[in-house]
Ligand binder design. Structure first.
Ligand SMILES: Nc1ncnc2c1ncn2[C@@H]1O[C@H](COP(=O)(O)OP(=O)(O)OP(=O)(O)O)[C@@H](O)[C@H]1O
Length: 254
């Protein structure tokens, strides 16, 4: 799915949280959204997910204005893993993942073996199949995060939006989730704080003060000057001996 934002502005109590943001993410692309705290990444993801409907600007999903789409239609095509996702206290992990199938169910299309298979696959993809029967409140922060990601995968979306999905994860699960989402044949927009992880995206966008100040291939965008200006850090670039890709080494805050 092609996701396009055109001249989005989002204001809260007179503060402009998004300022003339335009962006096109192509089908199958993995697009990283980076920027300092409070730069507008979450706000932009919420707009792209259809949870916020801007008065100025518009979002198009495969060239269709999202404003014209019904909520369940959006839920069938776009999955969003939020940073502070809901607690699901009385549910088992498997039931929480099964919620991802809700937009597809109706009296004419009840739960089926196919839904079971999709849920099993999503649990396996995030390495949670052995904890499928565990109650939500018994799961660790990282395990809950993996269940949220599995719920989004169970939606089988055309676009997957993730807000700092690796936050609570140990390094092994960070890498496996990032590898997994990159391999998915769907459009992925992922907000990341780890700029080295962002280097593996197809393209990245840099948010700064509610504006999208740069987009492009990671190494073109994450220049030392950009790191200084937007992130307020002095960094150097090191060569990775195993791959044709630089490694960022952060020296100090400016
Ligand atoms: N409801 C609100 N009312 C007032 N200000 C808000 C509201 N929601 C967000 N903001 C402000 O908007 C700005 C952008 O917030 P947002 O959560 O989009 O940033 P972010 O880039 O995702 O930050 P972080 O990296 O810290 O998660 C912040 O300054 C935040 O305090």
């Amino acid at each position: 799915m092609r996701l396009r934002a055109e001249h989005i502005e989002w204001r809260v109590h007179g503060h402009r949280l998004l300022d003339d943001v335009s962006l096109t993410v192509e089908p199958g692309e993995t697009f990283g959204l980076v920027g300092p705290n409070g730069s507008g990444k979450t706000t932009l993801l919420r707009v792209l997910a259809g949870l916020r409907r801007p008065k100025v600007g518009r979002v198009l999903a495969n060239e269709r204005p999202m404003r014209a789409m019904r909520r369940h239609e959006v839920a069938r095509t776009i999955a969003f893993v939020e940073q502070q996702a809901d607690t699901l206290d009385r549910l088992e992990a498997r039931q929480a993942v099964a919620l991802g199938r809700t937009p597809f169910l109706s009296p004419l299309r009840p739960w089926s073996a196919q839904d079971d298979a999709i849920v099993d696959r999503a649990l396996a993809d995030v390495g949670m199949q052995s904890m499928a029967d565990r109650l939500w409140h018994t799961l660790s922060g990282g395990e809950r995060q993996r269940v949220h990601i599995a719920r989004a995968l169970a939606q089988q979306p055309s676009a997957l939006l993730l807000d700092e999905p690796t936050n609570h994860l140990d390094i092994r699960h960070q890498l496996s989730i990032l590898t997994l989402v990159k391999q998915l044949p769907v459009t992925v927009i992922i907000a990341l704080h780890d700029l080295d992880q962002a280097m593996d995206c197809d393209r990245i966008g840099v948010m700064d003060g509610g504006r999208l100040v740069a987009t492009g291939p990671p190494r073109d965008v994450l220049t030392l000057e950009r790191l200084r200006r937007t992130f307020g850090v002095h960094a150097t670039l090191l060569d990775d001996p195993d791959e044709d890709r630089p490694i960022l080494r952060f020296r100090h805050a400016l």
